[in-house]
Design a protein around this ligand. Structure first.
Ligand code: ADP
Length: 465
């Protein structure tokens, strides 16, 4: 296997050829059905004659769409690797040059090389850098870019139907591409690669663990469920950092704990071993405990993975990790109730401060979460989720604060009282969580829910908004 390099003796060295690309589909995990679509592209190379005989038009270009780090580049390489063809790559930002004509001549050179060394895959990263709809960019840079784009269109058309050079491009913005690029015969096939789900993340971790000395009982699912929202590039990094952790500790196997710690580092930065006064530890513990204790009362927010007050470089004081996979934050489908619960959780640190230290001693530890609550409440009002304006009778207040803020403030107040109520009902649980946090600095899911079992009094209250 491996890329076949067919190069005549006297030709200059190809500039855009990537040597030693030996990626296979088995190196790309969490793809589900997308893999079938890509296998078909491999067949255009391996069974090209069959397609042509049957009059099937082989696509000139395939567009891989998705956020950074989901494996678009890796997939393009895997297509070349599986088909056993050469892989040429360039980032479209390299096309965009200040000097007129440079970009276009690079495109020509790229395709010239790909053709001379066919069969080959041409991979264009960040196609939107050059493929943005013409006329959207003003000035001389736009003119140069147009020339480059035109050249690309010419090259794409030159290969239509031949099937021995296939272009794969990646973009996170298929919506802004020039319509000419996505016309039939050009990038006429789009494949969307979303962020991996729970199972996808587990599979990606496992793929990267293949080459590492993993302990036998590693719980990949536990790591996957702590990393929602992360993409393949981040998950690959977690495995690398876990390996470094193992070596630093002089061990020979990577454990679940190494991976979990690495996941925290990936998400929140390195542990910062700074000292704190006992009062500060306690204050931070109350802050985080309050969020966890209130959150556990709400069905959408009770999936707490861990609670920690271990300081991290340049980050917040403590952290409550909630699993959000089941909430459709990303699809913008947060329900009215979830949003109110979220606001209540964000206000918990402020409420706890009042309850534990009294009004006269408010600290600023909670300012960030209070800010979150405020913007979420504004979102609630702006989104038309509140039923009616509250108490506008106080006209001179309404005069100074606009109606939206006023209403958001009222929602914040109601949620604040709710947070206080829950905390008061759970004083015992709060004390237990705070004590444990001060002592251990972090509580696992099991430890936290153990305390909830023992001391919690869960009574979700209906909102009255
Ligand atoms: P993109 O091109 O979408 O920005 P890359 O292909 O450059 O992402 O991904 C960077 C690295 O992350 C890959 O080289 C690989 O190590 C890892 N990676 C990303 N997605 C996956 C995946 N689905 N399976 C396995 N590894 C992945």
């Amino acid at each position: 296997s491996g890329a076949r390099v067919r190069r005549a003796q006297n030709k200059r060295l190809p500039q855009y050829l990537e040597r030693g690309v030996d990626v296979k589909f088995s190196d790309v995990a969490g793809l589900g059905k997308i893999r079938l679509e890509l296998e078909e592209i491999v067949k255009f190379f391996t069974h090209g004659e069959m397609y042509r005989r049957r009059g099937v038009r082989i696509p000139g270009g395939i567009l891989l769409c998705g956020p950074p780090g989901v494996g678009k580049t890796l997939l393009a390489k895997a297509v070349a690797g599986e088909a056993g063809v050469n892989f040429f790559s360039i980032s479209a930002s390299q096309f965009v040059e200040i000097y007129v004509g440079v970009g276009a001549s690079r495109v020509r050179a790229l395709y010239q090389e790909a053709k001379e060394n066919a069969p080959s895959v041409v991979f264009i990263d960040e196609l939107d850098a050059v493929g943005r709809e013409r006329g959207l960019i003003k000035g001389s840079g736009g003119q140069e870019r147009d020339a480059t784009l035109n050249q690309l269109l010419v090259c794409l058309d030159g290969f239509e139907g031949r099937g021995n050079v296939i272009t794969i491009a990646s973009t996170n913005r298929p919506d802004i591409l020039d319509p000419a690029l996505v016309r039939p015969g050009r990038f006429d096939r789009k494949i969307f690669i979303p962020k991996p789900g729970l199972i996808g993340r587990m599979e990606i971790l496992q793929v990267h663990a293949r080459k590492k000395p993993m302990a036998e009982d590693v719980d990949y699912m536990a790591v996957a469920s702590m990393t929602d929202g992360m993409v393949g590039a981040e998950l690959a990094n977690i495995v690398e950092v876990a390996a470094i952790n193992m070596i630093r500790d002089g061990r020979t196997e990577i454990t679940t704990d190494d991976l979990l710690q690495a996941a925290q580092i990936e998400e929140r930065g390195m542990l910062d071993r700074k000292e704190r006064s006992p009062e500060t530890w306690k204050q931070v513990a109350i802050n985080e405990a309050a969020m966890a204790v209130v959150a556990v009362n709400f069905p959408d927010l009770r999936n707490i993975e861990f609670v920690t007050i271990a300081p991290r470089a340049g980050r917040e004081l403590g952290y409550v990790r909630m699993k959000m996979d089941h909430i459709k934050f990303t699809e913008g489908m947060l329900s009215r109730q979830s949003l109110l619960d979220h606001i209540t959780v964000q206000l918990a640190p402020r409420a706890a401060d009042e309850l534990w230290f009294g009004e006269g001693q408010l600290s600023t530890i909670w300012s960030e979460t209070a800010d979150n609550a405020r913007s979420a409440a504004r979102m609630f009002v702006l989104g038309g989720l509140s039923e009616k304006h509250h108490g506008l009778s106080n006209f001179w207040v309404a005069d100074r604060i606009n109606e939206i803020d006023l209403e958001a403030l009222q929602i914040v107040n109601i949620c604040y009282e709710r947070a206080k109520e829950i905390l008061q009902q759970n004083r015992k649980l709060m004390d237990a969580v705070v004590d444990e946090l001060v002592e251990k600095k972090s509580l696992t899911k099991q430890e936290f829910f153990g305390l909830v079992e023992l001391h919690g009094s869960l009574q979700p209250m209906p909102p009255n908004i």
